[in-house]
Design a protein around this ligand. Structure first.
Ligand code: SF4
Ligand code: SF4
Length: 70
């Protein structure tokens, strides 16, 4: 039986490359744990909360969020 609370880690790590980001908000919309904060021209990911699900690298149109070990 699966534990519904188990973290399903799919990535080993997540990197944010701010020079690529155009602050479109696509990553914020897909994050299941709301750990991406976007304020005007500033984006931050709370890695204490991130479950490394891999959704945001797939949603980012400019590869500003890069999944490591996907
Ligand atoms: S990897 Fe998943 S949990 Fe982590 S910031 Fe991206 S969407 Fe959110
Ligand atoms: S989806 Fe990519 S470009 Fe858009 S806000 Fe997130 S990191 Fe930036």
């Amino acid at each position: 039986m699966k534990d519904k609370n188990a973290k399903q880690h799919r990535l080993a790590d997540l990197k944010f490359l701010p020079e690529r980001c155009d602050f479109c908000g696509c990553c914020v919309a897909v994050c299941p744990v709301d750990c991406i904060e976007l304020e005007e021209a500033r984006l931050s990911v709370d890695m204490e909360v991130c479950i490394l699900c891999g959704f945001c690298p797939r949603a980012c149109p400019v590869n500003a969020l890069v999944g490591v070990g996907a």
